[in-house]
Design a protein around this ligand. Structure first.
Ligand SMILES: CC(C)(COP(=O)(O)OP(=O)(O)OC[C@H]1O[C@@H](n2cnc3c(N)ncnc32)[C@H](O)[C@@H]1OP(=O)(O)O)[C@@H](O)C(=O)NCCC(=O)NCCS
Length: 289
């Protein structure tokens, strides 16, 4: 894993506090289990010419949604039902915290993740992953479970630094709020050379199911399964770097992929227990935050 992030002095906190998120007009105020958080002073500057910060205002959330639209709709061909042209907006966004990485020179948002805290998931009636999977087996984990989603990095900035900057901030958020579990859907594109095919996703699923499954008591069942049994699962294909990065952090797969026809992807349900993160990665990520 590339070493990208080190703090420049002074070292401001980058995470939103409960009070700060209340300032964002469209957000419902999240109630995190622990709120002993110093206020956000500024975006955190990292090596590689990027800064990382949590969105505090609607216009910052809109910048993240524009990047998402650019990546998911224009680049990957997702069909998005969005109320604002050029923006990827869904009903979960108002309840989420939005993490932004900016190019320091241009101030352009070049990377984002959105985060749904346990309290906000209760308010909105579940997580995005619940819409794709039956996650009944995770009930006991929910009070300290965070959902991650909509990760994307601008095509010109896909060099590892941005994604690691995002993860440093996410690890700090988990640590500071004493959250134990992270879930999310990892997308595998279905469009390959202009042809829609699930063979790549089926082959990756087969490899991961042999070695990286959660214990059987934590199983997710896709609501619209990718028909893996009818697909070629034998392609000698490597999982994408994002998935390999997740696996290195101790992430496990909860079950077979769902088919997401709108995003044109196969989505794998993933779960990470913070305690499973290997100490050296935890140190690396938290040391960068
Ligand atoms: C998926 C996406 C966000 C990944 O960003 P990226 O800059 O391309 O990053 P890569 O996947 O190439 O990974 C770069 C490096 O960071 C590492 N990495 C990835 N995720 C990581 C993580 N969570 N923690 C630490 N390192 C990680 C990778 O292993 C890789 O390291 P390597 O170069 O040593 O192999 C980006 O490609 C993108 O926006 N794609 C289109 C949208 C999309 O598919 N989003 C995913 C939805 S689940």
């Amino acid at each position: 894993m590339r070493k990208v992030a080190s703090l420049s002095a002074p070292s401001p906190r980058v995470m939103p506090s409960v009070a700060e998120t209340a300032a964002r007009p469209q957000a419902v105020v999240p109630a995190m289990p622990t709120a002993a958080t110093p206020p956000l002073l500024a975006a955190q500057r990292l090596r590689g010419g990027v800064t990382v910060a949590w969105a505090r205002h609607l216009d910052e959330v809109r910048a993240a949604q524009r990047l998402r639209y650019q990546v998911f709709a224009e680049e990957m061909g997702a069909r998005l039902d969005t109320p604002l042209p050029g923006h990827d907006i869904d009903r979960f966004d108002d309840y989420c915290e939005h993490l932004l990485v900016r190019d320091e020179a241009t101030q352009q948002v070049v990377g984002t993740y959105r985060v749904l805290t346990p309290a906000q998931a209760r308010r909105v009636g579940g997580t995005y992953s619940d819409t794709e999977f039956d996650l009944g087996s995770l009930e006991a984990l929910r009070p300290r479970m965070l959902e991650l989603g909509r990760s994307c990095v601008h095509a010109r900035h896909r060099h590892g630094g941005v994604i690691v900057a995002l993860w440093s901030a996410l690890a700090e958020f988990m640590d500071r709020n004493r959250l134990e579990t992270m879930i999310g859907c990892t997308s595998i594109p279905m469009l390959h050379g202009g042809v829609v095919s699930g063979d790549v996703a089926a082959s990756i699923w087969r490899q991961l199911s042999a070695a990286y499954m959660t214990p059987p008591e934590y199983r997710a069942h896709p609501r619209l399964p990718l028909p893996v049994e009818q697909l070629d699962q034998s392609l000698p294909i490597e999982p994408p770097p994002l998935i390999k990065g997740y696996l290195r952090l101790g992430t496990k797969v909860l079950g077979p992929p769902a088919w997401d026809p709108d995003f044109n992807t196969a989505d794998l349900p993933m779960l990470m227990r913070f305690e499973d993160m290997p100490p050296r990665y935890r140190k690396h990520l938290l040391g960068s935050a």
